[in-house]
Design a protein around this ligand. Structure first.
Ligand code: FES
Ligand SMILES: [Fe+2]
Length: 355
Protein backbone atom coordinates (compact mmCIF):
# COMPACT_ATOMS: atom_id res chain seq x y z
CA UNK A 1 0.00 0.00 0.00
CA UNK A 2 1.28 3.45 -0.89
CA UNK A 3 0.67 6.53 1.14
CA UNK A 4 -0.02 9.83 -0.61
CA UNK A 5 2.28 12.83 -0.32
CA UNK A 6 2.34 14.72 2.99
CA UNK A 7 -0.48 17.24 3.20
CA UNK A 8 1.95 20.12 3.82
CA UNK A 9 3.23 19.62 0.26
CA UNK A 10 -0.07 21.04 -0.95
CA UNK A 11 -0.30 23.95 1.47
CA UNK A 12 3.20 25.08 2.50
CA UNK A 13 4.54 28.13 0.60
CA UNK A 14 8.11 26.83 1.13
CA UNK A 15 7.28 23.62 -0.77
CA UNK A 16 5.70 25.73 -3.51
CA UNK A 17 8.92 27.78 -3.80
CA UNK A 18 10.94 24.56 -3.94
CA UNK A 19 8.79 23.24 -6.77
CA UNK A 20 9.10 26.43 -8.75
CA UNK A 21 12.89 26.47 -8.37
CA UNK A 22 13.63 22.75 -8.71
CA UNK A 23 10.95 21.71 -11.16
CA UNK A 24 9.23 24.49 -13.10
CA UNK A 25 12.44 26.47 -13.64
CA UNK A 26 14.16 23.41 -15.14
CA UNK A 27 11.51 21.59 -17.17
CA UNK A 28 10.25 22.00 -20.71
CA UNK A 29 6.82 23.62 -20.50
CA UNK A 30 4.32 24.51 -23.25
CA UNK A 31 3.94 28.22 -23.98
CA UNK A 32 1.53 28.35 -26.93
CA UNK A 33 0.70 26.66 -30.19
CA UNK A 34 3.01 27.35 -33.13
CA UNK A 35 0.09 28.67 -35.21
CA UNK A 36 -0.12 31.65 -32.82
CA UNK A 37 3.41 32.78 -33.75
CA UNK A 38 3.59 31.58 -37.34
CA UNK A 39 4.04 34.91 -39.14
CA UNK A 40 7.30 36.88 -39.00
CA UNK A 41 6.99 39.55 -36.30
CA UNK A 42 4.15 37.80 -34.46
CA UNK A 43 4.32 37.44 -30.69
CA UNK A 44 2.46 35.94 -27.75
CA UNK A 45 2.87 36.84 -24.08
CA UNK A 46 2.15 34.38 -21.32
CA UNK A 47 3.19 33.28 -17.86
CA UNK A 48 5.02 29.97 -17.77
CA UNK A 49 7.02 28.43 -14.94
CA UNK A 50 6.48 31.45 -12.70
CA UNK A 51 7.84 33.94 -15.22
CA UNK A 52 6.25 36.36 -17.65
CA UNK A 53 7.61 35.59 -21.11
CA UNK A 54 7.19 36.77 -24.69
CA UNK A 55 7.46 34.30 -27.57
CA UNK A 56 8.48 36.17 -30.71
CA UNK A 57 8.90 35.06 -34.31
CA UNK A 58 11.69 37.24 -35.71
CA UNK A 59 11.59 38.86 -39.12
CA UNK A 60 14.29 36.28 -39.89
CA UNK A 61 11.73 33.52 -39.19
CA UNK A 62 13.51 32.33 -36.05
CA UNK A 63 11.38 31.65 -32.97
CA UNK A 64 12.73 33.10 -29.72
CA UNK A 65 11.46 33.58 -26.19
CA UNK A 66 12.43 36.34 -23.77
CA UNK A 67 11.70 37.28 -20.20
CA UNK A 68 9.04 39.93 -20.71
CA UNK A 69 10.90 42.58 -18.75
CA UNK A 70 12.94 45.61 -19.76
CA UNK A 71 16.65 45.59 -18.94
CA UNK A 72 16.54 49.29 -18.01
CA UNK A 73 14.35 49.39 -14.91
CA UNK A 74 12.15 46.34 -15.27
CA UNK A 75 8.97 47.61 -16.91
CA UNK A 76 6.88 44.99 -18.70
CA UNK A 77 7.63 45.06 -22.42
CA UNK A 78 4.73 43.44 -24.30
CA UNK A 79 1.07 42.70 -23.58
CA UNK A 80 -1.34 40.25 -25.14
CA UNK A 81 -0.47 39.08 -28.62
CA UNK A 82 0.07 40.77 -31.94
CA UNK A 83 2.58 41.65 -34.62
CA UNK A 84 5.75 43.70 -34.24
CA UNK A 85 7.43 45.69 -36.98
CA UNK A 86 11.13 45.86 -36.25
CA UNK A 87 11.47 46.43 -32.51
CA UNK A 88 10.13 45.70 -29.06
CA UNK A 89 9.87 49.16 -27.51
CA UNK A 90 9.49 49.56 -23.78
CA UNK A 91 6.49 51.77 -22.85
CA UNK A 92 8.39 53.39 -19.95
CA UNK A 93 11.52 55.14 -21.37
CA UNK A 94 11.45 53.75 -24.92
CA UNK A 95 14.43 51.45 -24.86
CA UNK A 96 14.03 49.55 -28.12
CA UNK A 97 15.12 45.96 -28.73
CA UNK A 98 15.41 44.09 -32.00
CA UNK A 99 13.24 41.00 -32.40
CA UNK A 100 16.43 39.03 -31.70
CA UNK A 101 16.58 40.65 -28.26
CA UNK A 102 19.56 42.94 -28.82
CA UNK A 103 19.26 46.48 -27.48
CA UNK A 104 19.13 48.82 -30.47
CA UNK A 105 18.31 52.16 -28.88
CA UNK A 106 18.40 53.66 -25.42
CA UNK A 107 17.32 57.31 -25.79
CA UNK A 108 19.82 59.92 -24.53
CA UNK A 109 22.26 57.28 -23.35
CA UNK A 110 25.13 58.42 -25.59
CA UNK A 111 26.55 60.69 -22.92
CA UNK A 112 26.61 57.99 -20.25
CA UNK A 113 30.21 56.98 -19.54
CA UNK A 114 30.78 53.25 -19.87
CA UNK A 115 27.30 52.50 -21.20
CA UNK A 116 27.51 49.52 -23.51
CA UNK A 117 24.32 48.61 -25.39
CA UNK A 118 25.61 45.10 -25.98
CA UNK A 119 25.43 44.42 -22.26
CA UNK A 120 21.68 45.06 -22.05
CA UNK A 121 20.07 42.65 -24.48
CA UNK A 122 16.89 40.85 -23.39
CA UNK A 123 17.35 37.69 -21.38
CA UNK A 124 16.45 34.72 -23.49
CA UNK A 125 14.51 31.61 -22.54
CA UNK A 126 15.18 28.34 -24.34
CA UNK A 127 12.68 27.41 -27.04
CA UNK A 128 11.75 24.07 -28.59
CA UNK A 129 8.81 22.63 -30.46
CA UNK A 130 6.76 19.53 -29.77
CA UNK A 131 4.03 18.33 -32.11
CA UNK A 132 3.40 21.90 -33.21
CA UNK A 133 3.46 23.40 -29.70
CA UNK A 134 6.08 25.91 -28.59
CA UNK A 135 7.92 24.62 -25.54
CA UNK A 136 10.13 26.75 -23.33
CA UNK A 137 12.69 25.99 -20.64
CA UNK A 138 14.01 28.56 -18.16
CA UNK A 139 17.15 26.51 -17.58
CA UNK A 140 19.90 27.71 -19.95
CA UNK A 141 21.64 24.34 -19.53
CA UNK A 142 18.61 22.19 -20.42
CA UNK A 143 19.21 19.96 -23.38
CA UNK A 144 17.09 20.82 -26.42
CA UNK A 145 13.86 18.81 -26.56
CA UNK A 146 15.02 16.80 -23.58
CA UNK A 147 12.23 14.69 -22.20
CA UNK A 148 9.44 14.93 -24.74
CA UNK A 149 10.56 13.18 -27.90
CA UNK A 150 8.72 9.94 -27.04
CA UNK A 151 5.44 11.65 -26.29
CA UNK A 152 5.70 13.73 -29.44
CA UNK A 153 5.86 10.56 -31.51
CA UNK A 154 2.69 9.21 -29.85
CA UNK A 155 0.76 12.45 -30.28
CA UNK A 156 1.70 12.79 -33.93
CA UNK A 157 0.85 9.16 -34.64
CA UNK A 158 -2.75 9.85 -33.63
CA UNK A 159 -2.88 13.51 -34.71
CA UNK A 160 -0.61 14.03 -37.69
CA UNK A 161 -2.32 17.37 -38.37
CA UNK A 162 -1.64 18.68 -34.88
CA UNK A 163 1.08 21.16 -35.94
CA UNK A 164 -1.35 22.71 -38.46
CA UNK A 165 -4.30 22.99 -36.07
CA UNK A 166 -5.50 26.33 -34.71
CA UNK A 167 -7.11 27.35 -31.41
CA UNK A 168 -10.89 27.78 -31.53
CA UNK A 169 -11.90 27.95 -27.85
CA UNK A 170 -10.14 29.09 -24.67
CA UNK A 171 -11.23 28.75 -21.08
CA UNK A 172 -9.09 30.25 -18.37
CA UNK A 173 -9.71 29.89 -14.64
CA UNK A 174 -7.87 30.24 -11.37
CA UNK A 175 -8.55 27.18 -9.25
CA UNK A 176 -8.25 27.37 -5.48
CA UNK A 177 -6.20 24.22 -5.37
CA UNK A 178 -2.57 23.17 -5.41
CA UNK A 179 -1.50 22.26 -8.94
CA UNK A 180 -0.67 18.67 -7.90
CA UNK A 181 -4.27 18.03 -6.83
CA UNK A 182 -5.47 18.92 -10.32
CA UNK A 183 -2.95 16.57 -11.91
CA UNK A 184 -3.63 13.73 -9.48
CA UNK A 185 -7.34 14.02 -10.11
CA UNK A 186 -6.72 13.74 -13.85
CA UNK A 187 -4.48 10.72 -13.33
CA UNK A 188 -7.22 8.46 -12.04
CA UNK A 189 -10.75 7.63 -13.05
CA UNK A 190 -11.50 6.09 -9.66
CA UNK A 191 -13.61 9.21 -9.08
CA UNK A 192 -15.43 9.04 -12.42
CA UNK A 193 -18.36 6.91 -11.22
CA UNK A 194 -19.20 9.30 -8.40
CA UNK A 195 -17.88 12.76 -9.22
CA UNK A 196 -18.92 13.00 -12.88
CA UNK A 197 -22.68 12.92 -13.28
CA UNK A 198 -22.08 14.52 -16.69
CA UNK A 199 -20.52 11.26 -17.94
CA UNK A 200 -23.87 9.48 -17.75
CA UNK A 201 -23.48 5.73 -18.21
CA UNK A 202 -19.73 5.53 -18.30
CA UNK A 203 -18.35 2.02 -18.85
CA UNK A 204 -15.27 1.68 -16.67
CA UNK A 205 -14.60 -1.95 -17.51
CA UNK A 206 -12.58 -1.22 -20.65
CA UNK A 207 -10.83 1.90 -19.39
CA UNK A 208 -7.04 1.60 -19.38
CA UNK A 209 -4.23 3.74 -18.06
CA UNK A 210 -0.65 3.16 -19.18
CA UNK A 211 2.31 4.96 -17.68
CA UNK A 212 5.48 5.94 -19.56
CA UNK A 213 8.54 8.00 -18.66
CA UNK A 214 7.06 11.28 -17.49
CA UNK A 215 3.80 10.79 -19.33
CA UNK A 216 0.73 8.60 -19.13
CA UNK A 217 -2.10 7.77 -21.42
CA UNK A 218 -5.62 6.69 -20.63
CA UNK A 219 -8.75 5.82 -22.50
CA UNK A 220 -10.92 3.07 -23.79
CA UNK A 221 -9.84 -0.27 -25.10
CA UNK A 222 -12.15 -1.55 -27.83
CA UNK A 223 -13.88 -4.84 -27.09
CA UNK A 224 -11.69 -7.82 -27.89
CA UNK A 225 -8.34 -6.13 -27.42
CA UNK A 226 -8.05 -6.35 -23.63
CA UNK A 227 -6.08 -9.59 -23.81
CA UNK A 228 -3.10 -8.08 -25.59
CA UNK A 229 -0.04 -6.74 -23.89
CA UNK A 230 -0.68 -3.35 -22.39
CA UNK A 231 1.38 -1.00 -24.46
CA UNK A 232 0.63 1.65 -27.02
CA UNK A 233 0.88 -0.79 -29.90
CA UNK A 234 -2.03 -2.87 -28.70
CA UNK A 235 -4.27 -0.30 -27.11
CA UNK A 236 -6.42 1.52 -29.61
CA UNK A 237 -8.55 4.52 -29.18
CA UNK A 238 -6.82 5.91 -26.13
CA UNK A 239 -7.75 9.49 -25.85
CA UNK A 240 -6.00 11.37 -23.07
CA UNK A 241 -2.38 12.00 -22.18
CA UNK A 242 -0.66 13.64 -19.29
CA UNK A 243 2.80 15.15 -19.63
CA UNK A 244 5.10 15.89 -16.73
CA UNK A 245 4.63 18.03 -14.85
CA UNK A 246 1.27 19.62 -15.60
CA UNK A 247 -0.10 19.27 -19.14
CA UNK A 248 -3.19 17.42 -20.29
CA UNK A 249 -3.44 16.55 -23.96
CA UNK A 250 -6.64 14.91 -25.16
CA UNK A 251 -8.61 14.00 -28.18
CA UNK A 252 -11.71 16.12 -28.48
CA UNK A 253 -14.14 14.81 -31.08
CA UNK A 254 -12.30 12.59 -33.55
CA UNK A 255 -8.90 13.11 -35.13
CA UNK A 256 -9.61 16.66 -36.36
CA UNK A 257 -9.86 18.28 -32.96
CA UNK A 258 -7.67 18.32 -29.91
CA UNK A 259 -7.84 19.69 -26.37
CA UNK A 260 -5.00 20.81 -24.13
CA UNK A 261 -5.02 22.05 -20.54
CA UNK A 262 -2.01 23.91 -19.22
CA UNK A 263 -1.43 24.45 -15.52
CA UNK A 264 0.53 27.33 -14.08
CA UNK A 265 1.05 27.22 -10.31
CA UNK A 266 0.40 30.67 -8.79
CA UNK A 267 0.70 29.84 -5.09
CA UNK A 268 0.57 26.77 -2.88
CA UNK A 269 -3.22 26.86 -3.05
CA UNK A 270 -3.87 28.54 -6.40
CA UNK A 271 -3.36 27.35 -9.97
CA UNK A 272 -4.20 28.94 -13.28
CA UNK A 273 -5.72 26.49 -15.72
CA UNK A 274 -5.86 27.37 -19.40
CA UNK A 275 -7.83 25.02 -21.64
CA UNK A 276 -7.66 25.37 -25.38
CA UNK A 277 -9.49 23.46 -28.11
CA UNK A 278 -7.78 23.23 -31.50
CA UNK A 279 -9.21 22.14 -34.82
CA UNK A 280 -7.77 21.46 -38.25
CA UNK A 281 -10.36 23.75 -39.87
CA UNK A 282 -9.85 26.58 -37.40
CA UNK A 283 -13.59 26.47 -36.71
CA UNK A 284 -15.82 24.96 -34.06
CA UNK A 285 -18.86 23.38 -35.68
CA UNK A 286 -22.11 22.74 -33.82
CA UNK A 287 -21.26 19.14 -32.97
CA UNK A 288 -17.86 20.08 -31.58
CA UNK A 289 -19.37 23.03 -29.71
CA UNK A 290 -21.78 20.68 -27.94
CA UNK A 291 -18.92 18.32 -27.09
CA UNK A 292 -16.78 21.18 -25.78
CA UNK A 293 -19.69 22.44 -23.67
CA UNK A 294 -19.80 18.97 -22.09
CA UNK A 295 -16.04 19.22 -21.48
CA UNK A 296 -16.66 22.53 -19.67
CA UNK A 297 -19.08 20.72 -17.38
CA UNK A 298 -16.63 17.87 -16.78
CA UNK A 299 -13.90 20.34 -15.83
CA UNK A 300 -16.32 22.17 -13.53
CA UNK A 301 -17.00 18.86 -11.75
CA UNK A 302 -13.25 18.27 -11.41
CA UNK A 303 -12.71 21.82 -10.11
CA UNK A 304 -15.32 21.21 -7.44
CA UNK A 305 -13.58 18.09 -6.13
CA UNK A 306 -10.02 19.43 -6.17
CA UNK A 307 -11.06 22.64 -4.39
CA UNK A 308 -12.84 20.54 -1.77
CA UNK A 309 -9.68 18.47 -1.29
CA UNK A 310 -7.59 21.63 -0.94
CA UNK A 311 -9.84 22.77 1.90
CA UNK A 312 -9.78 19.29 3.43
CA UNK A 313 -6.00 19.16 3.49
CA UNK A 314 -5.97 21.94 6.08
CA UNK A 315 -8.06 19.86 8.48
CA UNK A 316 -6.50 18.23 11.54
CA UNK A 317 -8.83 15.36 10.79
CA UNK A 318 -6.98 14.43 7.63
CA UNK A 319 -3.91 12.34 8.46
CA UNK A 320 -2.98 10.89 5.09
CA UNK A 321 -4.89 8.08 3.42
CA UNK A 322 -3.87 5.36 0.98
CA UNK A 323 -3.72 4.97 -2.78
CA UNK A 324 -6.06 2.35 -4.23
CA UNK A 325 -4.07 0.55 -6.91
CA UNK A 326 -5.61 -2.18 -9.00
CA UNK A 327 -4.37 -4.81 -11.41
CA UNK A 328 -4.39 -3.87 -15.10
CA UNK A 329 -7.78 -5.43 -15.74
CA UNK A 330 -9.31 -2.95 -13.31
CA UNK A 331 -7.19 0.01 -14.39
CA UNK A 332 -10.29 2.16 -14.68
CA UNK A 333 -10.57 2.28 -10.90
CA UNK A 334 -6.85 2.35 -10.16
CA UNK A 335 -4.68 5.11 -8.75
CA UNK A 336 -1.38 3.81 -10.14
CA UNK A 337 -1.05 6.94 -12.29
CA UNK A 338 -1.19 9.02 -9.12
CA UNK A 339 1.49 6.81 -7.58
CA UNK A 340 3.75 7.36 -10.61
CA UNK A 341 3.23 11.14 -10.43
CA UNK A 342 3.89 11.27 -6.69
CA UNK A 343 7.10 9.27 -7.13
CA UNK A 344 8.28 11.86 -9.66
CA UNK A 345 7.45 14.65 -7.21
CA UNK A 346 9.33 12.85 -4.43
CA UNK A 347 12.27 12.39 -6.79
CA UNK A 348 12.30 16.09 -7.60
CA UNK A 349 11.85 17.72 -4.21
CA UNK A 350 11.64 14.79 -1.81
CA UNK A 351 15.32 14.40 -1.02
CA UNK A 352 15.51 18.07 -0.19
CA UNK A 353 12.39 17.79 1.98
CA UNK A 354 13.56 14.63 3.73
CA UNK A 355 10.81 12.43 2.28
S1 FES B 1 12.10 50.45 -17.87
FE1 FES B 1 12.09 50.09 -19.98
S2 FES B 1 12.92 51.85 -20.86
FE2 FES B 1 12.96 52.24 -18.75
FE1 LIG C 1 -12.50 13.94 -13.35
Amino acid sequence: MHRPLPRSWYTDPAVFEDEMARLFAKTWLPACHGSEVAAPGSYVTTRVGGEEIAVVRGRDGILRAFNNVCRHRAHRLLDGAGTLKATITCPYHAWAYGLDGTLRQAPHSDGVAGFDKDAFGLCTVQVGEMAGFVMINHDPDARPHDGFAGLERLLLADFPDLPAMRPVRRREAVLHANWKLIIENYLECYHCDTAHPSFGNFDMTTWKHIVGQGWSRQGRVPAGSEDGRIDHDTIEGLSAWWQWPGVFWARALGPDSFVAAFHEPLAADRTRQLRVVYTASGEENAELRAFNDLFDTVFAEDTSVVESVQRGLTSRGYRGGALVEQPEARAGWSEHGVHHFQDLIRGTIGTHRGA
